[in-house]
Design a protein around this ligand. Structure first.
Ligand SMILES: Cc1cc2nc3c(=O)[nH]c(=O)nc-3n(C[C@H](O)[C@H](O)[C@H](O)COP(=O)(O)OP(=O)(O)OC[C@H]3O[C@@H](n4cnc5c(N)ncnc54)[C@H](O)[C@@H]3O)c2cc1C
Length: 431
């Protein structure tokens, strides 16, 4: 059975994945002489850089997602199908999905990456990742639920276990989560939970390397650590988390941290797409592509964004897995499709690094922009505006802006709701 998509004389480009890469490409191809089919397992685009604010109850999930159908209302050459691509049949130029088969003339894989637990299954089962809006929401629920339970626990050790948090990975995500939690501990929790010893909440940030923010400058890393320690975050460098059973985290130096929550922000691995030849697979489970984003060993198959592994002279280990690289791949490929339609030759991709930033909390951020580096309140303002500018949809921008202003003025977020699937009442803790 085939997915029901109208037959057309136009060549069909199927884009799998509507993240930064896939969505940007589909927008580039609006009104072009191609039939474009955008397939995603969700019916919305997710703005991953702000997941942590959902997890920390600073933003509603609906502010950072955007429905695909709204993005392409009235676009006659764009067809959206919400389903998961299970595998590709390169010989028949077909995708297998639970909705049926989908033929392609060109296939673009923009399937992104997922959390990498480096093969540790126990950690994978028990840790809390943050790679989707639903995971961010369940993290919010877990944090708030544990505070509620801790209120009725009298045993000191058990209560500490419920309120302490371990964050693994000192990249931008780990740093941002640690900063947001530290601010919650300082400004919000004492008001919400006056009966809890909130000053005793320990927030641990564990990083395997000898510094934070590995992709950024030494100045940014040093300042981020200073900001975090100023907010009472316990930063542990040169240390790995080797185990977590849901109650205690074990570290590579043999020490242990009793904590009920371990947030895993320690790396990503490419999402799998069965059916591709062995030579297409590259480091980090990414897909090896040439400078035109063509997947090695295949015909008419491209990969863009986090899943694409492209070596350039200045990037011998591939491009960083960030939104900018994903959008730049997509824009170049979009232009190349337009060139193909006109019968002209494709242009190779060249990555332009626009810099990186991380925020640690109000008035505290670090920014490495081309030509200059700065930290503190100005970097924080730039961070706010860059993210506001990137978020999709005017309503989302307005809601986020209002939330941020409100949070800034009141030192409070008003979204601390535990909303979850029907699970029954919060159970009493083992005392
Ligand atoms: C918590 C967090 C914070 C981040 N912060 C920043 C930041 O501040 N700045 C920055 O530049 N980058 C940041 N990143 C990285 C950035 O989000 C990624 O580089 C970017 O999302 C990559 O875009 P993409 O389109 O390649 O993949 P994604 O955005 O991951 O999109 C992949 C899409 O493919 C879909 N999909 C996957 N498999 C299938 C399948 N089999 N069938 C159908 N659909 C499928 C998914 O549903 C998803 O919509 C962050 C990432 C995370 C997780």
């Amino acid at each position: 059975m085939k997915i029901n998509i109208p037959e057309s004389d136009q060549e069909r480009i199927v884009i799998v994945g509507g993240g930064f890469a896939g969505l940007t490409l589909a927008r580039e191809l609006k009104k072009q002489d191609y039939q474009v089919v955008l397939i995603d397992k969700n019916n919305y685009h997710q703005f991953q850089p702000l997941f942590y604010q959902v997890a920390m109850a600073g933003l509603e999930p609906s502010s950072i997602v955007f429905p695909f159908r709204k993005a392409f209302q009235g676009e006659k050459n764009i067809f959206i199908r919400v389903t998961e691509v299970e595998r590709v049949d390169t010989a028949k130029k077909q995708l297998h999905t639970p909705l049926g088969l989908c033929n392609y003339d060109y296939l673009v894989l923009a399937i992104g990456a997922d959390t990498n637990f480096f093969g540790n299954e126990e950690i994978a089962r028990k840790a809390l990742p943050m790679k989707s809006v639903s995971e961010a929401l369940s993290l919010r629920n877990r944090i708030l639920t544990d505070f509620e339970i801790a209120l009725s626990v009298t045993d000191y050790e058990r209560r500490q276990q419920l309120i302490d948090i371990v964050i693994v990975g000192g990249g931008p995500t780990g740093v941002e989560v640690a900063g947001a939690l530290a601010e919650m501990k300082r400004y919000v929790l004492p008001k919400d939970y006056p009966q809890l010893p909130t000053d005793e909440i320990d927030i641990h940030l564990v990083e395997g390397a000898d510094r934070l923010l590995l992709g950024m400058s030494d100045e940014a890393a040093g300042k981020a650590q200073e900001f975090l320690e100023g907010l009472d975050v316990k930063v542990r460098l040169n240390t790995m988390v080797t185990g977590f059973d849901g109650e205690v985290a074990t570290l590579s130096d043999g020490s242990q941290i009793p904590a009920h929550k371990l947030i895993w922000a320690a790396g990503v691995t490419g999402n799998k797409m069965p059916g591709l030849p062995q030579e297409a697979l590259a480091k980090g489970n990414r897909l090896a592509v040439d400078r035109f984003n063509r997947v090695a060993g295949t015909e008419r198959i491209f990969a863009i964004g986090d899943i694409a592994y492209m070596e350039e002279e200045d990037y011998p280990k591939g491009h960083p897995q960030v939104a900018q690289a994903a959008m730049q791949h997509a824009k170049n490929l979009g232009k190349n499709f337009k060139r193909l339609a006109k019968g002209t030759s494709m242009q190779p991709f060249a990555y332009r690094d626009l810099g990186s930033m991380a925020t640690i909390g109000r008035n505290r951020a670090v920014a490495d922009l081309p030509g200059f580096k700065f930290q503190g309140a100005f970097a924080w303002l730039i961070w706010l505006f860059v993210h506001l500018f990137q978020i999709l949809g005017v309503k989302n921008k307005v809601f986020i802006f209002i939330n941020w202003v409100w949070n800034y003025l009141t030192y409070d977020q008003s979204l601390r709701l535990i909303i979850r699937p029907k699970e029954g009442p919060i159970k009493a803790a083992k005392d």
